[in-house]
Design a binder for this molecule. Structure first.
Ligand code: ADP
Length: 686
């Protein structure tokens, strides 16, 4: 939990910082938008104010022109002019003209009668503006200031009048702004109510969406004085516009009503969206973290398991680059272990190993060996054994993975290999020993058998034949001696018969041992040909018929027209063993030999009605020197090798031999061989 917090907390902090930044950016953007809107509105406001002032100024210029034309106009004339001029300007309180700075004309006259004759020299507070107008030759806006007329604030516009033409020549114009040769006539003063002026200039007309303020920047009066609106507006980073007066400057400032907004209008909604987004991101982060952790845990477990196994393990990707291998893998291939780093290809690692003499089998034909090894690696479907420098042997198993990579196992089979080699060697030595021994035994045995046969048959020995002849011819031989001689001959032949019987048994044993050792040494050769089984069976039955008949057992061949493709001598040996056993172990009833075709095989069965084999012994009878029942076998004679040899012969043909039996009822032995085509059998063709 704590480790999750360690990751998720910074993510949360980052998200929060991001959200704060985003909101501030949105607020900034909103303010900028607001400011642009405000700038446009303020511009319109400035234009209105300027045009209003310009209108007043032009009007005064008109009056100035009229005075220039008639400097001594009558009061009526002045009244007529002024009344027309101020008709559409309700803010104007009066408009006065003061030649030589003494008020001579004023309109409307009635409320302002007291002004007539007023010398501006008496108005110390307004002298500066008057002087400025005279000097600059331009209209000066003075105010707002307390007006004389009423207790109200107002503006006074002062416009200097210079006479041109004939009137001017007589005068001595001193105005700095006057044309050369113009004579200063006096001042026209326009007094207006400040509030009405603001009203006419639209300053109160705005729909209260922003606060507005005006201050003086240059001109008569205190520079910087805020004379309209709340002075605080100037402290709130307002939008500022400059109003150019004929003489002097004002600054018009505006801020949104109530100040600049702290947030964008829909900030709560966007906060909610951001909070939801943050929750989703945090959730996803927690989920990914969990996935990442469990994947890492699984990977670590897998790596731990791979490293724990006692065999070499390596995994290569589809491009045959090493992804991972365990320590055992590196330990096995010591000479190239340093190249076993992820990213190196199998071929590269192999080549380094070959160059460093890791594979003795590659010596002298390195390229060919590498090509062969790479081919096996690419196929990845075989298991092979590999010898390493130092004598160790590995079993290599490689398989393709689903994504086209290759996974490989290396099992150290050195001990196994040594044991197998030793066992094979011992077996070979044993087989050779048996072979030599059997051969050496057979030679004297044949001699013994020959002589035993000679002794057992009283008609073979010439000496005995002569003795018998003498005995039969001579009458002078005592009957008792004659009887003794006959007894002696009978005993010798009887015992010689025993010697022959045991000798034959011994010979069979030696022959079986020879066959067996041949098979063990891999020296038994087979030569297959098409073999009509009926002929072969009949031949074997014929040989065994005597023994069968002696026991009163019937021998029946029911083989039919089937052929095997097999070695004739060895097939005969198998048949002889099976039918021979059947005769041996059957005391009454019959023995039947059958054969049938089963696909590509022929199955031959030998069924008897003999003593049978107990179920738990059935598998053992095919093993070397194994007999089902030693007492009956002893009675019947045998080596315990016949079925073992028969099994090997059948298996060498690619067939199988099986037995089913019921003790007391009989046994059936069946073996299969590859089927042969009867039409091509040499016997039939002949
Ligand atoms: P053996 O030379 O002893 O006959 P085999 O390998 O031919 O050696 O047979 C092994 C044993 O299998 C026999 O000793 C006998 O116990 C049993 N056996 C083989 N054939 C038969 C059969 N037809 N009926 C009963 N037992 C049999």
């Amino acid at each position: 939990m704590r480790s999750y917090l360690a990751v998720l907390l910074p993510v949360a902090v980052l998200l929060l910082a991001g959200a704060v930044h985003l909101e501030s950016a949105r607020t900034q953007a909103y303010r900028a938008e607001l400011r642009t809107g405000l700038t446009d509105q303020l511009d319109a406001q400035r234009a209105q104010l300027e045009s209003r002032l310009m209108g007043l100024s032009l009007m005064m210029r008109g009056l100035e022109a009229a005075i220039d034309a008639a400097p001594d106009m009558s009061q009526e004339r002045y009244k007529a002019l002024a009344s027309v001029m101020i008709r559409n300007h309700p803010e104007i309180i009066n408009i006065a003209a003061a030649p030589d700075l003494v008020v001579k004309y004023v309109y409307p006259l009635a409320p302002n009668k007291s002004l007539l004759g007023l010398s501006y020299d008496q108005l110390s507070g307004q002298r500066a503006a008057i002087e400025l107008a005279r000097k600059s030759g331009r209209t000066v806006v003075d105010g707002p200031l307390p007006l004389l007329q009423a207790r109200q604030m107002g503006f006074i516009l002062r416009a200097p009048v210079f006479l041109s033409g004939a009137d001017a020549v007589a005068g001595n114009g001193t105005g700095a702004g006057a044309a050369k040769g113009d004579r200063f006539w006096g001042i026209i003063s326009l007094v207006m109510n400040a509030r009405d002026f603001y009203l006419s200039a639209g300053l109160f007309n705005h729909d209260a969406q922003f606060d507005i303020a005006l201050r003086r920047k240059a001109g008569p009066g205190r520079v910087g004085e805020v004379f309209f609106g709340d002075p605080a507006v100037f402290d709130q980073q307002p939008v500022i516009d400059e109003i150019l007066l004929p003489e002097g400057r004002w600054e018009l400032a505006a801020v949104p009503a109530g100040g600049w907004p702290v947030h964008a209008p829909d900030y709560l909604r966007s906060r909610l969206v951001m909070a939801l987004l943050a929750l989703v991101i945090l959730g996803l982060s927690a989920f990914s973290l969990h996935q990442f952790r469990s994947q890492r845990r699984a990977k670590q477990r897998l790596l731990g398991a791979i490293n724990a196994i006692n065999d070499g393990f390596a995994l290569y990707d589809a491009q045959d680059r090493l992804i991972l291998c365990n320590q055992k893998y590196r330990d096995l291939y010591k000479k190239s272990a340093d190249t076993m780093v992820p990213g190196n290809t199998f071929e590269h690692i192999l080549r380094v190993g070959v160059a460093r003499g890791q594979y003795p089998e590659a010596e002298g034909h390195e390229e060919a060996w590498i090509a062969q090894r790479l081919e096996w690696h690419r196929r990845a479907d075989a298991e092979l054994e590999q010898q390493l420098a130092g004598g160790r042997w590995l079993k290599i198993a490689e398989r393709h993975t689903e994504d086209g990579g290759t996974v490989g196992f290396r099992v150290d089979i050195t001990e196994l290999k040594r044991a197998k080699d030793a066992a094979e060697h011992a077996n070979k030595v044993k087989a050779e020993f048996l072979s030599v021994l059997s051969h050496e035994l057979r030679t004297p045995l044949t001699v013994i058998l020959g002589f035993a046969r000679f002794l057992s048959d009283d008609k073979i020995s010439p000496a005995l034949r002569a003795l018998r002849g003498n005995l039969e011819a001579g009458a002078d031989v005592d009957a008792a001696v004659r009887a003794r001689i006959d007894d002696y001959i009978a005993e010798v032949t009887k015992r010689a018969g025993r010697i022959e019987q045991s000798g034959n048994h011994l010979l069979q044993l030696i022959n079986d041992l020879l066959d067996f050792s041949k098979i063990e040494a891999g020296r038994m050769e087979m030569e297959a040909e098409v073999l009509p089984l009926a002929l072969l069976t009949d031949d074997v039955i014929e040989q065994l018929r005597g023994a069968a008949e002696a026991k009163g057992v019937a021998l029946i061949s029911d083989v039919g027209d089937v052929a095997a493709y097999a070695d004739p001598i060895r097939t005969r040996q198998v048949l002889f063993n099976l039918i021979g056993n059947a005769v041996k172990f059957t005391d009454e009833g019959h023995i039947r030999v059958t054969a049938r075709r089963e696909g590509d095989l022929v199955a031959v069965s030998v069924a008897d009605t003999g003593c049978g084999i107990p179920e738990d012994k059935i598998e053992h009878v095919f093993l070397e020197f194994q007999q089902a029942d030693s007492s009956s076998t002893r009675r019947a004679g045998g080596t315990g090798l016949g079925l073992a040899i028969a099994r090997r012969i059948v298996e060498m043909h690619g067939g199988r031999i099986t037995a089913v039996s019921r003790p007391g009822e009989g046994s059936t032995f069946t073996f299969t061989l590859p089927a042969g085509d009867m039409r091509s059998a040499s016997f039939c063709a002949a």
